[in-house]
Design a protein around this ligand. Structure first.
Ligand SMILES: [Mn+2]
Length: 367
């Protein structure tokens, strides 16, 4: 028997922090398309069960098109049984009293009391968080030790089992020795798997697609195979686009082209593809006389990636010895500023602007 464990699809997200409204809408369609791709994969691989561990939608009132498209999709894949524990983002979605659609027969929701479903060899149990943590609910969980037990939850695992009032918190030690074989979790957006007692492991599938730079790296779902009364799990990378947040040290660079070269080297190392999101963060110490045109760099790579952003976190430095015997106006200017009673940082900024002005640069472009 094979299952898919996924979570945190965040369909119907507001993605406008990095993208324009139009791009954000397209990206939202992509998030949905990838959900469909996953189900196509599920059908091809003869997967019987899909576990949706919360935050399938970004809000509890997602756009109508997402809701109806999702329901239609679930209905279409009628050979697959879907189990859906709602999370902190989509809590309350598809409550029977709030919608006038009929849920497909192959979709099962959970609520704030334990529910269990028998599915061939396995028993799938799940519960949704209320205002408190899952402290009380953990104590109420009873599972048959002779069965293969999968438990679905949404929240953050904590070692602190005294947290009784925090929302979306899973006091993991209270789930120990409860005959759980696989604790399918949602809420943390990166894949993570850990044994938590002699018998079971907990696993975050991570999100299916990255949406922001706090979601870098491989995203996807977990494929579960139940064989000879054992569960095997395997992470399947499935994101259409990846996000990369890359630091580039530009110590010693004196020109835009020097910096450009450093960026190019780091991009190659990171194996970035043109489908991806890239954020380059320039770091290091930059000489006050460095000719650095961030706008040029921004434009150069914007055309090569789905999304590109350059951030300048470099620190300006000045070597006053370079100007000690410089008889030009620039040398005079630097020596004059050096003598002023100002914080060193301000002096460097003034020198930077002064040097740019003297060389006829557009100051507004530079920092
Ligand atoms: Mn969540």
């Amino acid at each position: 028997m094979k299952l898919i464990h996924c979570a945190d699809l965040h369909l119907g997200s507001n993605l406008t922090s990095n993208l324009t409204a139009e791009q954000a809408q397209k990206r939202n369609y992509e998030l949905f398309d990838n959900f469909e791709n996953m189900l196509r994969y599920a059908k091809e691989e003869q997967i019987q069960v899909v576990l949706l561990c919360g935050d399938v939608f970004d809000t509890k009132n997602p756009p109508m098109w997402v809701q109806t498209a999702c329901l239609k999709l679930i209905e279409t894949y009628s050979d697959i049984t879907f189990f859906y524990v709602r999370g902190n983002h989509d809590r309350g979605v598809w409550e029977q009293e709030r919608i006038n659609v009929t849920l497909p027969d192959n979709l099962h929701l959970f609520d704030t009391k334990w529910s269990r479903y028998e599915c061939g060899d396995i028993v799938i149990s799940g519960i949704e968080c209320e205002k408190d943590s899952l402290y009380k609910q953990a104590l109420q969980l009873v599972l048959d030790e002779t069965r293969i037990n999968i438990v679905m939850l949404h929240g953050r695992v904590t070692e602190n089992n005294l947290v009784t009032v925090a929302e979306d918190v899973i006091p993991i030690s209270l789930f120990q020795n409860k005959n759980i074989d696989y604790l399918a979790l949602g809420h943390i957006h990166s894949y993570e798997e850990k044994n938590f007692d002699q018998r079971g492991k907990y696993c975050y599938s991570g999100c299916l697609e990255g949406r922001g730079f706090d979601e870098c790296g491989e995203k996807g779902f977990v494929l579960l195979t139940v064989e000879e009364e054992k569960i095997k799990s395997c992470f399947i990378p499935f994101g259409k686009r990846k996000l990369f947040d890359i630091e580039v040290t530009i110590d010693g660079c004196m020109t835009t082209m020097d910096i450009s070269r450093r960026i190019e080297i780091e991009l190659k190392k990171s194996n970035v593809s043109k489908e991806d999101y890239v954020r380059i963060r320039l770091i290091g110490n930059v000489d006050v006389e460095c000719e650095k045109n961030s706008m040029y760099l921004q434009q150069k790579w914007s055309e090569q990636f789905y999304y590109f952003q350059i951030e300048d976190d470099t620190k300006l430095i000045v070597d006053y010895n370079d100007f000690l015997y410089d008889e030009s106006l620039k040398g005079e200017f630097v020596r004059k500023i050096r003598k002023m009673d100002l914080p060193e940082e301000d002096k460097i900024t003034i020198i930077r602007y002064g040097i740019l002005a003297l060389s006829g640069e557009e100051i507004a472009e530079c920092d």
